[in-house]
Design a protein around this ligand. Structure first.
Ligand code: ATP
Ligand code: MG
Length: 279
C-alpha cells in the first residue's frame, strides 16, 4: 500500500517471526551464548524466557536451523501435547512418524531412536516453544523421557522457550527435580533505546529505503511506547507508515507517531502492553 510512496521494496515491519531479519541485540546475543553454553555442557535443560513479543520464536527458528553439527535437532510447540503418549509427541518433534499404537510402543521407538543417535555419536536436542502452555505434570514427564539413557548416558537435551510465566511454573514445588536440571537460563527483555534505533533503521534499510525514514524523535517515541519490545515497535512503526502515507508525508515524524498513539489510546483495541520487567 505505502511501499511505493516511501521507495520501499516491501513492508519493513511484520508481526510474524522472520529469522532472516534477525537483529542481534545484546539480549539475543546473550540468549544465543547461554544456549551454546548449555549445549556444550553436555546435558540438562536450557530455558529462555522472555516478554511477550520480545523475539523468542524468531531466535528459536534461527537457532534451530543454524545448528548444522552432528547432533539431531527437533522442534515442538507447547500448545500441542500428547498427554497420554509423551514419547510419541517427542518423536513428532524430531519429524519421526510413529507407527506405534500404544504409549509403550512409542516409548520403545523413542528408545531406539535415541540409541541409534548415541551409536552414531550424536545427541538429540529438542527445542520447545510456548513451553509455558505445557502442564507441569507433562513437563515432568518430558524431563523423565529426556533422561532416558542409552549406554549409561542421557541422550536428549531440552531447550525451552516461554513467556515469563514459564519461570513461575518452573518454580513450582512439584517441578523441583526439573528445576535442578536447568543448566542455563536467560530472560530476554526489550531493546534499549540505541538498539530500537538500530533495529528500525536496519529493517527500513533491508526493505530498500533510507534508514532516516523515521526521525530520531519518532524513534524515541516508538521506543518509549513499545517499551523496546520488537513486536510493539513493528506495530507502531507500520501504523505510522500508514498514517504518514495518508497525510502525504515523506518522513515519519514524532507528530505522526503521536497521532497513532492517540488514536490507539482512544479507539484502539491494540493497546501497548506493559512488560513486567521493562527497565
Ligand atoms: N531480534 C529480532 N530481530 C528482528 N525481528 C525481531 C527480533 N525480535 C523480534 N522480532 C520481530 O518481532 C515480532 C515478534 O517476535 P516473536 O514472534 O519472535 O516474539 P515472541 O517472543 O516469540 O512472542 P510471543 O511471546 O508472542 O510468542 C516478529 O515480527 C519478529 O519478526
Ligand atoms: Mg513466540
Amino acid at each position: 500500500m505505502y511501499e511505493k510512496h516511501f521507495g520501499l521494496r516491501r513492508k519493513p515491519f511484520s508481526s510474524h517471526p522472520e529469522p532472516d531479519m534477525l537483529f542481534w541485540s545484546d539480549g539475543h546475543k546473550m540468549a544465543r551464548t547461554m544456549l551454546a553454553y548449555g549445549l556444550t555442557s553436555g546435558f540438562g535443560t536450557v530455558v529462555i524466557t522472555g516478554e511477550i513479543g520480545a523475539g523468542k520464536t524468531t531466535l528459536l527458528q534461527d537457532l534451530a536451523r543454524r545448528h548444522r553439527d552432528q547432533n539431531r535437532y527437533g522442534a515442538l510447540t507447547g500448545d500441542i501435547g500428547y498427554e497420554n503418549d509423551v514419547a510419541n509427541w517427542l518423536l513428532y518433534g524430531f519429524g519421526i512418524e510413529s507407527k506405534a499404537t500404544s504409549a509403550s510402543q512409542s516409548l520403545l521407538q523413542l528408545d531406539k531412536f535415541l540409541a541409534q543417535n548415541r551409536n552414531q555419536g550424536r545427541k538429540a536436542v529438542l527445542f520447545i516453544d510456548e513451553a509455558q502452555l505445557i502442564e507441569p505434570k507433562l513437563l515432568e514427564r518430558v524431563r523423565v523421557m529426556a533422561e532416558r539413557q542409552s549406554g549409561g548416558q542421557p541422550v536428549m537435551q531440552l531447550v525451552l522457550f516461554g513467556q515469563p510465566e514459564l519461570g513461575s511454573i518452573l518454580n513450582m514445588p512439584q517441578l523441583a527435580q526439573f528445576r535442578q536440571r536447568v543448566v542455563a537460563h536467560y530472560h530476554l527483555r526489550g531493546f534499549n533505546r540505541a538498539e530500537s534505533g538500530d533495529y528500525v533503521s536496519s529493517r527500513v534499510a533491508a526493505a530498500g529505503a533510507q534508514p532516516e525514514l523515521f526521525s530520531v524523535e519518532a524513534i524515541d517515541r516508538i521506543h518509549d511506547a513499545a517499551k523496546g519490545i520488537p513486536r510493539q515497535i513493528n506495530i507502531l512503526a507500520d501504523t505510522s507508515l500508514v498514517y504518514a502515507f495518508a497525510a502525504d508525508e515523506s518522513v515519519i515524524s514524532d507528530a505522526t507517531v503521536q497521532r497513532v498513539l492517540k488514536d490507539r489510546e482512544q479507539h484502539g483495541i491494540l493497546k501497548t502492553d506493559q512488560p513486567a520487567s521493562f527497565q
